[in-house]
Design a protein around this ligand. Structure first.
Ligand code: ZN
Length: 446
């Protein structure tokens, strides 16, 4: 594989164990890994001039529903609370098929890439019209991002007292069978893997207790991770107490849903006992600040989680509840939200960026990613700080306070995915035209 040399970086925020920040160094990338860091390095490969750039590890997105990029800003859902919002969107999602899944994933992943994200998970929990997890995996391959798709599921439809229409739920035996199929076909446990599959029932209120338990058993048998939504808002807690007679943390623990191979999205309403449980068990959290604001869910206790040693990463959440998919904005929002609730010293710009990079890699079980260290994977985001956003900044590395929202270059596994602010791997303009055409078609049929 060819080499790339990132030359003369203005600042490198390594996110390594020592928290080093380096100035004026080069980074030599070879065979998908960081081969060398130092001054005056030589390389036979392409050279990327980085003297105007702050270099960070690629950002890591720990929670998304890529298919929702096709239902952004739907009028009926714009101002609804979570459950009402879901009821507005379910009938639209029921009209999706493989093409909708593929194109929306392309768009969502490209949007992430432009905002500095090199690795993303996805939570796909509905499979209408012959759609499959395969559709999103093919899209990720084309875009070039490192991808952790999770095989989500819903099994309790309206006729059984659930929220989703019956047409969007599946039989539990078929769900488990398809989990096995996609793990066997796509999951790569090796270091440097570009695809790792997880198992992810949509939420404790959309599948049975038995499926939650069986999903955990299956994931452990296969050596893959577990993911779901947990403790998102007050309604969620009330539902758990009424239906299960306990809080969400207790429910998760009882069914095998805690451990360092588990991460939960949102966790806005975790109490002190649950934070302690997550800390002791190594359970991870996908914090989705913009989605929490957008749906009025509340402010997740991220400061308390971090102080207690809980692993926290960031997620853009589905594009329909954000409605953007820009991960760098989530990092800024995470910083601001903690300050709203706890004061200006509650979270620094550098800590929020650490959560967005190294924190996310830890949540997804990827010690090979998330830091700029020799031997780690070459996932690098280059932020050009010579533009207007950072003009006048006294600390160019504080990009979450004053800095660009779009990367100049993004390398994933040593390959350019964004080059000079543009997607380098596929025809994004064509995909945008397709996406808008599909959205229009969906709008005409409701
Ligand atoms: Zn979500």
């Amino acid at each position: 594989m060819s080499e790339i040399l990132v030359k003369n970086a203005q600042t490198v925020l390594t996110m390594n164990d020592a928290g080093q920040e380096l100035s004026g160094v080069d980074i030599r990338v070879k065979d998908g890994k960081i081969a060398e860091i130092g001054r005056g390095l030589e390389s036979s490969g392409a050279v990327i001039e980085a003297s105007e750039c702050v270099v960070t590890p690629g950002l890591v997105n720990t929670h998304h529903h890529l298919y929702q990029t096709l239902t952004r800003a739907v009028p009926g859902g714009q101002d609804a609370l979570l459950f009402g919002w879901l009821k507005t969107l379910y009938p639209i999602w029921a009209r999706f098929g493989p093409e909708e899944m593929y194109v929306s994933a392309q768009i969502g992943l490209a949007e992430l890439a432009l905002s500095g994200c090199s690795m993303s998970s996805d939570h796909l929990y509905l499979y209408p019209g012959g759609a499959s997890l395969d559709d999103t995996i093919h899209a990720a391959h084309e875009v070039g991002l490192r991808f952790h798709p999770t095989r989500g599921a819903m099994s309790i439809g309206e006729s059984d007292g659930g929220l989703p229409p019956d047409s969007l739920v599946e039989k539990e035996a078929a769900i488990l069978e398809d989990c096995i199929r996609v793990i066997d076909r796509f999951h790569d446990a090796r270091e440097g893997a570009m695809v790792r599959v997880g198992v992810a029932p949509c939420s404790p209120f959309s599948v049975s207790r038995e499926l939650m338990r069986d999903a955990a058993l299956l994931a452990r048998d296969k050596g893959v991770m577990l993911h779901t939504h947990l403790a998102e808002n007050d309604e969620d807690i009330a539902y758990s107490e009424a239906q299960f007679g306990c809080r969400p943390g207790q429910y998760a623990e009882d069914l095998g849903w805690t451990g360092d191979d588990v991460w939960h999205a949102h966790c806005v309403k975790l109490d002190a006992q649950e934070i302690d449980l997550f800390s002791k068990s190594g359970t991870g959290v996908a914090h989705c600040p913009c989605s929490n604001c957008r749906l009025g869910s509340g402010i997740a206790p991220v400061r308390q989680m971090r102080d207690a040693g809980v692993k926290v990463g960031l997620g853009v959440d589905g594009s329909a509840s954000n409605d953007a998919g820009l991960l760098i904005d989530e990092a800024r929002q995470a910083m601001l939200l903690q300050r709203v609730s706890r004061g200006a010293d509650a979270m620094s710009a550098r800590e929020a960026l650490w959560i967005a990079t190294r924190g996310g890699a830890e949540v997804l079980g990827r010690p090979d990613c998330g830091q700029i260290t020799v031997g780690k994977r070459a996932d690098l985001a280059l932020w050009d700080v010579s533009g207007i956003e950072a003009a006048g900044s006294w600390d160019k590395a504080a990009i979450l306070l004053a800095g660009p929202r779009r990367v100049r270059h993004l390398l994933v596994e040593g390959r350019p995915v964004v080059r000079d602010f543009q997607i380098a791997t596929f025809d994004l303009s064509e995909a945008i035209v397709k996406q808008n055409r599909l959205a229009l078609r969906l709008a005409e049929t409701i």
